[in-house]
Design a protein around this ligand. Sequence first.
Ligand code: HEC
Length: 166
Amino acid sequence: MSLLCRCAIGVAAAALLAAAWQPALADPAAGPRYADGAATFQANCVVCHGHGGLGQPSLAPPLTGYPARYIASADGRRQLAMTVLDGMYGDVVVDRKHYNFKMPDFSRLSDDTLAAVLNYVVFDLAPLPPAAAPMSAAEIAAERASPASGEAVRQHRAALLPSLGL
Ligand code: HEC
């Protein structure tokens, strides 16, 4: 078999695998509740946070656990909004694993788009979606009015976690 031919088979196999992959949705038969958020996630977030938001060791944390806890409190909701608007920088711990890289800011995306991507993370990717109101565009807009540094976002997170028992 020629090298070119083997390579073509490899590419076809990779494409098949990619097509077969599905996120761990709460109800896979129904598809994502936040389809717009899913599209934004695939375009902007999956590269670091991995398929289904499962995270990538030493690059970016999983998003399947903590964000669903954050959304239950007012301060946690602010934390979600500021993370996507301002990014986050420096050492963070998720499930006792350290991540120390830079989450870019996504302030170029609209309030609606950012609310939808957070709702996809919280209500579609978490194994047990919380009984909380979805994030609204108005909450994103309110947070957008007070930009923060990535380091300040990390400090806000550090103050938030103990109040949630994390
Ligand atoms: C370039 C890689 C990268 C991209 C792209 C990225 N993130 Fe992140 N994200 C990170 C890193 C790294 C952290 C942890 C930040 C740190 O180490 O201070 C993080 C943290 C987070 C957190 C906080 C998790 C927690 O436990 O507090 C959320 C929520 C999040 N990202 C959502 C998103 C969403 C939504 C997108 C797409 C719009 C996205 N990220 C795109 C790298 C990335």
